[in-house]
Ligand binder design. Structure first.
Ligand SMILES: [Cu+2]
Length: 121
């Protein structure tokens, strides 16, 4: 094999293995859809629901909500019927700003976390 061909071959090999590994690297759990929507102004919701892009580990995945004084109001967990969905039930919320926090472990063992807020009018 000439050096030029070897170089092309190795370049292709690197490119192909990058393509093979990229989906794994990107395969961390992140919200696909939140309800209520981030930064939205809504009537008091009954539940918070976050749909993730992949399946989560039930034991280590949590979801909770605080009011504008940082007081925890409720916490939730995985929907047993669909382990891509985290949900929590809310008491009746007075008007104000609320923060939703989530911390999850996806099936591949990677932890991700995030938060967002919404306003009850
Ligand atoms: Cu991952």
């Amino acid at each position: 094999m000439s050096k030029a061909i070897l170089k092309i071959f190795l370049t292709c090999l690197v490119f192909i293995s990058t393509l093979l590994f990229l989906p794994r690297v990107l395969a961390h759990a992140f919200p696909k859809q939140e309800e209520p929507r981030p930064n939205s102004i809504v009537q008091a919701p009954k539940t918070v629901t976050i749909t993730f892009n992949e399946e989560l580990e039930p034991e280590f995945s949590t979801l909770w909500i605080t009011d504008s004084n940082n007081q925890k109001i409720a916490s939730g967990g995985l929907n047993p019927d669909n382990i891509q969905i985290m949900t929590l039930n809310l008491p009746s919320l007075p008007a104000g700003i609320y923060h939703v926090y989530w911390k999850v472990i996806s099936r591949d063992g990677h932890q991700t976390e995030g938060k967002y807020e919404f306003t009850v009018k």
